[in-house]
Design a protein around this ligand. Structure first.
Ligand code: 2PH
Ligand code: PAB
Length: 280
């Protein structure tokens, strides 16, 4: 079993978000041009991100699927440059053909908000590669996922779904060390259900794979704080990041890398009662 945050040698790794989209919920248009996306990715890495997650299709509540070739037209120039310089890139996509093309360019990680269920060919693409893969829980599709999501017990249902997806991957030959599980904050969950999931994170350690949490700037933070503009939710996002770290997350997917890395360094050292080993 993995150590919990308080026992771990290092704080969680940070994954910096790069949305090559015109319409993402908090930063749409900011990195829509390839040069801006490449610049943002390099800045995230310089700021201490262990990975950058490059996505070209918004999956915000209500968003519609975009065509494959449009997704690739946005991604290709960014991936070509970053992968050629050996950047640790994760590609956020639901489509097997995008996965195939990204892997051919050398992408070391695929992040699928549908846990390899949106596209029937995706599981085999990942099984045939050696990349890491993020399996995220979502209930429904972005189009309709926020229309009255209901669960008897949200944590138990999300856990058993992720268990089943990990088992499907294992059956296809994908080793557990390649897998990262994610409860999918905001994907077919009410604001209250998101909080239940955040509080239940320690139970997700039972899955026996690394755990990723993406809460940055999301709607439940606006609901809790009254901050309507998503890009003004830095304080709330830091709060969510520290709660996820305390709950045992291994990777935090965030928009504000420098601030999150700084908060995690202090949180971790203060909980341990000493600085990291190299500074002792
Ligand atoms: N594994 C994982 N992937 C994700 C997650 C998440 O929580 N976990 N959240 C997202 C939403 O944030 P983003 O800023 O990318 O918004 P957008 O969908 O509007 O582009 C998009 N992708
Ligand atoms: N893709 C997503 C973007 C935003 C949210 C949210 O604000 O809860 C959820 C999913």
């Amino acid at each position: 079993m993995h150590p919990t945050a308080s026992e771990a040698a290092a704080p969680p790794a940070v994954m910096g978000i790069v949305n090559v989209t015109p319409d993402s919920f908090s930063d749409g248009g900011r990195a829509a041009a390839p040069a801006a996306a490449i610049g943002l990715a390099r800045r995230h890495l310089a700021d201490g991100a262990a990975f950058v997650d490059i996505g070209a299709e918004s999956t915000r509540p209500g968003a519609a699927e975009i065509p494959l070739e449009e997704e690739w037209r946005r991604l290709a120039p960014v991936l070509e440059v970053l992968l050629a310089e050996g950047a640790p890139v994760s590609v956020d996509t639901r489509k097997a053909e995008i996965m195939r093309r990204a892997l051919a360019l050398g992408a070391p990680m695929i992040n699928d908000v549908s846990a390899l269920t949106f596209d029937a060919a995706a599981l085999d693409v990942i099984a045939g590669a050696s990349c890491e893969v993020v399996l995220m829980h979502a209930k429904g599709l972005p189009e309709d996922m926020q229309e009255n999501p209901t669960y008897d017990d949200v944590a138990a249902e999300v856990l058993s779904y992720l268990e089943a997806r990990i088992a499907a991957c294992a059956a296809a030959g994908i080793e557990r060390r390649r897998i990262v599980a994610d409860p999918g904050i905001g994907f077919g969950k009410t604001f209250r259900q998101n909080l239940e999931l955040m509080a239940a994170l320690p139970r997700f350690r039972e899955l026996g794979v690394r755990l990723l949490v993406g809460a940055s700037r999301k709607g439940f933070i606006g609901w809790l704080t009254g901050v309507k503009q998503a890009d003004r939710r830095l304080g709330g996002s830091i709060g969510a990041a520290l709660a996820a770290a305390a709950g045992g997350a291994d990777i935090l997917r965030v928009h504000d890398v420098a601030e999150t890395v700084q908060a995690l360094a202090v949180f971790h050292a203060a909980r341990n009662g000493h600085p990291p080993p190299s500074d002792r």
